[in-house]
Design a protein around this ligand. Structure first.
Ligand code: UD1
Ligand code: MG
Length: 455
């Protein structure tokens, strides 16, 4: 392997223009989610292993939406449009102008093939040191509609699309992943020669090997495990991809020392981060943006997204942490509690049946069962501040904006509409009046009325 070749700059060309008809969806295929991130984001993340100097995403079907997603995920990437989807070869050609001044290798990746590993991309790069064109293949358990790779020793002679294949060729299990790398200018020059005289009437990228060989260039294929090349064309394949992603992510967490007694029931996101010796009980769902520190416990049936849980915290069972929930060390969020955009201070407790939104809860504070922050007036959101070591009585409504001082107390059932000074007791509920004997009298009267009606 010559350093001269492997150190050439790389460009990624990610194909994301196809209609994805078999998804039966209004959402463009590259934006369907795996582990809470668009499959396009997975493809971009995989390609990042090559430290590409340039990234070109070819958009077409649903271009506005796909381009907005690219701007969000990888603002440094460039989008080029393929107005008509005339095939994978035609799609790559759309990157020509964007790469006109680029001297280096172009890797063609597919937005709908999100699981390519870093090791495989590096293996392609390594093979490129001794070949002009390197395609990525795999042995398929069920070759189905994949293109078949025709090899002579280590020479890739031709790729035949299933639609165009003879029965003998269809029996070949070595399939084309679609990924290919070669000098960017050479790729474009060869693609100019691709025609559309085939069963699909499309300009196939898969015509490249044959054209390259005819030009005297050396073409080879390297192989990767089939799991990496899972192409997503339907909802069934999307569900399979999700399962594959989940299995790998769970495995990674277990390997990192997370305790998960029932890993198959835990649903993770692409960026879920859980520290070693944390416990994740069965049936916990992680949306995007969650970090859980070592030693925290997430109890069963909890749902977390966009939140941070510090060491020593216990969350759930049946807790919901929404974006902006930040739990300091040793905080406790118990059953049927929802927390949104709120800091829960060190050692503070919200043990049961509460809604806490847009709030700051001081260290060591205790929110009794049924505490509700009334944060929304129908137009605007307002903040609630509860001081350190304050004690909020059960079933208190905290009508925001409101401030409860340190070590203050609210009586159970209070509707707190005014600030409570530090150390004060606030009682904001109707006064109790006892009427001796009246309960019995009332019951007797009601029973007599009922008996009269039944006669
Ligand atoms: C392609 C390959 C096939 C390979 C398979 C692997 C060709 C001709 N065939 O078939 O050999 O086994 O992938 O999954 O290349 N796209 C565009 N513009 C187009 C057409 C496609 O951007 O005009 C994009 C799609 O969005 C997708 C990718 O290219 O990301 C592959 O297209 P798809 O239609 O899924 O090709 P396959 O039929 O799966
Ligand atoms: Mg496909």
């Amino acid at each position: 392997m010559s350093d001269h070749v492997t150190q050439r700059p790389s460009a990624l060309i990610i194909l994301a223009a196809g209609a994805g008809k078999r998804m039966a969806s209004d959402l463009p295929k590259p934006l369907h989610l795996i582990g809470g991130a668009p499959m396009l984001a997975h493809a971009l993340a995989a390609g990042a292993a090559l430290e590409p100097a340039r990234i070109i995403v070819v958009t077409g079907h649903g271009a506005d939406q796909v381009e907005a997603a690219v701007a969000d995920i990888a603002p440094w990437a460039e989008c080029v449009r393929q107005d008509e989807q005339l095939g994978t070869g035609h799609a790559v050609l759309q990157a020509r102008a964007a790469l006109a001044d680029f001297d280096g290798d172009a890797f063609v990746l597919y937005a709908d093939t999100p699981f390519i590993s870093e090791a495989t991309l590096h293996a392609m790069q390594a093979a490129r040191a001794s070949h002009d064109l390197v395609a990525l293949g795999f042995h398929a358990a069920d070759p189905g509609r994949y293109g078949r790779m025709l090899m002579e020793d280590d020479r890739l002679v031709r790729i035949v699309e299933a639609k165009d294949a003879t029965p003998e060729q269809l029996a070949i299990t070595l399939c084309n992943s679609g990924l290919v790398v070669g000098d960017a200018a050479v790729l474009m020059r060869l693609l100019d020669k691709v025609g559309n005289n085939n069963a699909a009437g499309e300009y196939y990228l898969t015509d490249l090997p044959q054209l390259a060989a005819a030009d005297g260039l050396s073409v080879t294929a390297i192989l990767c495990p089939e799991a990496e090349t899972l192409g997503i064309n339907s909802r069934v394949q999307l569900a399979m991809a999700e399962a594959q992603f989940q299995a790998a992510k769970r495995r990674e967490m277990l390997d990192n020392g997370v305790t998960m007694p029932a890993p198959d029931t835990v649903h993770l996101a692409f960026d879920t981060h859980v520290g070693g010796d944390a416990v994740v009980e069965p049936y916990v769902v992680f949306g995007p943006g969650v970090t859980v520190e070592s030693g925290a416990v997430i109890r069963a049936f909890s749902h977390l997204e966009g939140c941070h849980v510090s060491t020593g915290c216990v969350v759930g069972p049946y807790a919901r942490l929404r974006p902006g929930a930040e739990l300091a060390n040793n905080a406790r969020v118990g059953n049927f509690v929802e927390v949104k955009n709120t800091q829960i201070g060190e050692g503070a407790k919200v043990p049961h049946l509460s809604y806490v939104g847009d709030a700051d809860i001081g260290a060591g504070a205790n929110l009794g069962a049924g505490t509700i922050t009334c944060n929304y007036d129908g137009v605007m959101k307002h903040r609630t501040i509860v001081g350190a070591r304050a004690f909020i009585g059960s079933n208190t409504m905290l009508v925001a904006p409101v401030n409860v001082g340190e070590e203050a107390l609210t009586a159970s059932g209070s509707v707190i509409t005014q600030d409570v000074p530090a150390g004060a007791l606030a009682v904001a509920r109707g006064k109790q009046v006892n009427k001796p004997g009246l309960a019995r009298k009332l019951m007797e009267r009601l029973r007599a009325i009922k008996a009269g009606k039944e006669q």
